[in-house]
Design a protein around this ligand. Structure first.
Ligand code: PMP
Ligand code: GLU
Length: 396
């Protein structure tokens, strides 16, 4: 095969692979419930759609500047200040085709082959592969469900070496739903500032889906501002996954590098999308709080059902729309002649027996767990959790 080593060494995204598999099963006529892809089921709010329609009528149809229209970057700069106490000038902001691309831009612009990148686990699937693509070495920092899957200051130190260049984490976290509090962030910042060569990607794409109160941005702490890259976007909080826009606030030198990278790779994100994004970030976040409220109800419903299953361990996710239970209690159990050896086997069993698609924790660096996305209607969630419970009851 004339494929490069680069692509041959890249793993397929497990979240996307599982949703593809469930779509195929559905096409065969099977009644599969997919709780595998992290995607809000709401439609994009009307005021955002209207802004896009207006953009078309106003002929926003030419190549935009690579980093995004100035007025959109100004609107994001204002949003960062208004909501997150972050000071990023429009020149420090780069729009891309999604938070995924923003992360890839930053990693490709900073990581040299052999550089080590700390990934507190569970981490979001694509961090690992993007780091590998840049030739970096992912260093996993394991966490415990008992500690709400969070790392502490000393764990950063324990896993750091002379080659450590970066750390990437998300808060609210995909897949654990954990949210770092202000005091926990301050403790992490104490460690980060000790190593001025360490860069930190703070992925805050689930900012608006936070059940514990106010979102706290790491870069709002002046001691680490120059080391932190804040990633955000519209996919989750505004239910705009298909529009493809993410953005970052970063030190100016890095924003310029990402602009150069994007200029050779993808150019700016869609002109029409950018008009919609301006309306989204200018709006009062209260306009979209109904989605967060619905997610909270769904979280409680799913947790209530899951907690009836003996042996399954959960934490209390404070944000995003995922539950990441520890299912190791079921390893070694059997169904007919088949033994469930790991979370992968359990996921396959649940797909085949219960027709519910989930994602195994290996994809997120936590092999004892699996991920349930509860971004679906309550009746679907109820049906899915009952199917899971019934299938698990059949194991012995
Ligand atoms: N970061 C995290 C933690 C995510 O869950 C996602 C969802 N795909 C992304 C980044 C990428 O989002 P998008 O590219 O749709 O902006
Ligand atoms: N972020 C979502 C997830 O974790 C979407 C899928 C993806 O972009 O990988 O499921």
């Amino acid at each position: 095969m004339p494929l490069s080593d680069r692509i041959l060494n890249l793993s397929e995204s497990q979240t996307i692979a599982m949703s593809k598999k469930s779509r195929e099963m559905r096409e065969q006529g099977l009644d599969v419930i997919s709780l595998s892809l992290g995607e809000p089921d709401f439609t994009t709010p009307e005021f955002i759609k209207e802004a896009a329609k207006k953009g078309i009528d106003e002929n926003y149809t030419y190549y935009p500047p690579i980093s995004g229209y100035k007025d959109v970057r100004e609107a994001i700069s204002h949003k960062f200040k208004r909501d997150n106490n972050l000071n990023y000038s429009p020149e420090q902001i780069v729009l891309s085709t999604g938070a995924k691309q923003s992360i890839a831009n930053v990693v490709l612009c900073t990581i040299n082959p052999g550089d080590e990148v700390l990934l507190p686990a569970p981490y979001w699937v694509s961090y690992f592969e993007i780091v590998k693509l840049a030739g970096g070495i992912p260093i996993i920092i394991p966490t415990q469900i008992e500690n709400d899957f969070k790392i502490t200051q000393s764990e950063i130190e324990k896993h750091s070496t002379a080659k450590t260049k970066m750390m990437i984490f998300s808060t609210p976290c995909n897949p654990s739903g954990s949210v770092y509090t202000e005091s926990e962030m301050q403790a992490l910042a104490m460690e980060i500032q000790k190593n001025s060569n360490l860069l930190v990607i703070s992925d805050e794409i689930y900012e608006l889906i936070n059940f514990q109160g106010k979102h706290f941005s790491l870069a709002s702490l002046p001691s680490v501002y120059d080391q932190v890259i804040t990633i955000n976007g519209v996919s989750k909080g505004f239910s705009m996954t298909g529009w493809r826009c993410g953005y970052m606030g970063a030190p100016l030198w890095l924003a310029k590098a990402c602009d150069k990278m994007q200029g050779q790779f993808t150019s700016a994100t869609s002109s029409i999308t950018q008009r919609a994004v301006k309306a989204a970030v200018e709006a009062n976040p209260k306009e979209v709080a109904y989605m967060k409220d619905a997610f909270l109800k769904r979280r409680d419903l799913v947790l209530h059902e899951l907690n009836k299953i003996e042996g399954l361990k959960t934490n209390l996710p404070q944000g995003a729309f995922y539950i990441f239970p520890d299912v190791s209690h079921f390893f070694g159990k059997k169904y007919k002649e088949k033994t469930i050896e790991n979370a992968n086997d359990l996921c396959l069993y649940l797909l085949e027996e219960a027709h519910v698609a989930l994602v195994p924790g290996d994809a997120f660096g936590s092999p004892k767990c699996l991920r349930i996305s509860y971004a679906a209607a309550e009746d679907i969630l109820l049906k899915a959790t009952q199917r899971i419970a019934n299938a698990i009851k059949k194991l012995n």
